[in-house]
Structure formats: C-alpha cells, structure tokens
Write a protein that binds this ligand. Sequence first.
Ligand code: ADE
Length: 363
Amino acid sequence: MIGDRTEFARRLLRWYDTARRDLPWRVPPVPAPGARPDPYYVLLSELMLQQTQVSTVVAYFHRFVVEFPTIQSLAQADDQHVLRLWQGLGYYSRARNLHAAAKAIVARHGGVVPPDVKTLLELPGIGRYTAGAIASLAWETRAPILDGNVQRVLCRIYGIEADPRDRAVNARLWGLADSLLPRHRVGDFNSSLMELGATVCTPRSPTCLTCPAAMHCTAQQKGLQDRIPPARKTKASPQERRWVFCVEHKGKWLIQQRPAKGRWAGLWQFLTIPAGERPPEPHDLAGLGLKVNHMVPLGTIRHTLTHRRYEFVAVACKLTGRLPASTQPRTWVTPAELTQYPLSRPQLLIAQLAFASSAAPQA
Ligand code: ADE
C-alpha cells in the first residue's frame, strides 16, 4: 500500500532528479533549477509521443524544431511541408491535428499554449491525457495524467489486478493519479511516473530492485508484478491486400495524392488499388484503362497498424498508352523530386524497390 503520499512523491522526485533521461523537450536540471520547458516543445513532443516510442520521436522532434522553431512558424507552414516532416512517424492525423492546434493557438490564444485543461481539450488532437501532460509539464497546473505507463505503475502500486482499460478501473486510476499530485513540482512528478513506467516498472521483468517506489508497492510485496496488468486478449487484426503499380515513363514515375480523409490522408503514393483475384493484364492494368509493358515484380511489403495488417504487392511497369483521367491529383516525378512529397512508410519502401529495379541492367 502506498502509505504516506508526501513521502511517495518525495522519493519519486528525488529519483527523477538523478535518473531521468535527458530528452530534448525537457529542460536540463542544471544550470537553471525550476526552469520550465518551452510549452510549444511540450505540445509538439506530447503529440508525437501519443503512439510512438521516445527513441523514435527524438529525431523527429529535432527536425521539427529546426524547421519550425516557434508555434507561429508551424501555424504558417504549408500542410504538405508538415506532412513531409512527419513522414515515417505514422498515424498522420496527429500531424494534421498538431498543425490545426498550432493555428488555433495563434488565432485564438495569441500564440500562447493554454495553461488549463479545459481550454486545451478544445484543441484538435488533445484528449484528457495530453491536456493534463501539457498543463502540468509546461505550466505547473495541478492536473493528473494517465497514459499506459502510469496505468501500469498505479495498478502495481495499488495491487489492482483488473484490466486498467476497463471503464470503472480507468476512472478509479484517474482519481488515484489526481490524489497523488504533490503540492509542488507537479510537472516533474507526472514526468517521474511516466519515466518510472518507461524505464523501471516495465511491462515485462520490471527492475523492482532499483525502484524508488518499491516500499510503497503492493505488487512487489505480494510478487504480483507479472500478473499486473493482466495480459491483453489479442484478436488477429484483419488483413488487406493491395496491388501497387510503379508506372514509369521517360525516367519519371507516376504518383497520386490520397483523398483528404481516411488513412494516410493527403499523402502521395504509386497507383494503389485493392488486390483482385486475377493477376493484372498489361493491356488494361487491373481495369484502370492503363496500358503498360515491362512488368517487373518488385516484391511484397507488409505493414502492420493497430487494427489492420496490409500487404502491398508491388510491380514496376512502363506506360505505353495514354493516362486515363483521375479524380485525385497526379504527377510525374523523378526519384529526386519524390523527396519533396510526403509518402507513407510502405510506399517509401516500394519506391526504393522500384528505383533499384530500374537502375539495374535490363535482362
Ligand atoms: N511519453 C509521453 N509523454 C512523455 C514525456 N513527456 N516524456 C517521456 N515519455 C513520454
């Protein structure tokens, strides 16, 4: 059991001061104790961290702040520029939400990231966790946070064996996260809970021996670490197959933009359609009215998202006839020009295969 909450917070903060990772959106503890991080950095990092690990986010965070050093510069940026910088980080609605949030903060709040949870929740892409993180980390507002790491830490400390995603359990955990907030340094306290979950109180094989909260922890006292939280019941996600045609003409490649809504919205891709039962015919490519020759198989790229698995079967080919009309914007690009367009990770991998195949000597 947790016992003295003040003592718990004191231990956690003392541990955090020495053990915390040096991350670019945090301020270093020296030479300015008590200094706050830039609220724009906190907003940017929290949106990037919503579905992605710290180790992947760091490089993207640097790229963004070099390109857009202020919230004003991000608000003024072109949509495609923002998407291109986000390219490879996945879950692209986060990039659109970040951009829309920056515009709203400049238009409605004079460029100042709001310090309170209620106003933050009105911004696109900001839910209860992210609002609490921004308010507390950037502004020292007394607001709790509860992400996957904090859920696990609290479940173990309080010996809660039920599934933390269960509604009632989740509501209880939010209440506990709130009740634990210390009087001072709430931002660092919230960060310390996340940090503990990420580095010590890990899903498997937590290192309880080095844990600053071990003497407060029910799971460690009863040896329940492996049972808390309970393993998720996994359901195989549906698989979808796509054919991808990398159509080349005089050294340029055909790409088209995806619709403004849905998965990979606004990103560019080679001609990609749901896979049919029969292999495509070169004189009428999969019924698209496209005439091609020199079809070269490039391989299959598999890509797993949270609720979907994709299989992209890619071929390179050369255009021989005219290009039929399309409702989506299309363009022809050289490999060098392609770098100016945002593409999803599987499409980037396919581009590499296509360009390598055209550079190889023809049989
Ligand atoms: N995960 C989510 N927010 C984080 C933060 N500010 N630092 C480290 N990991 C995080």
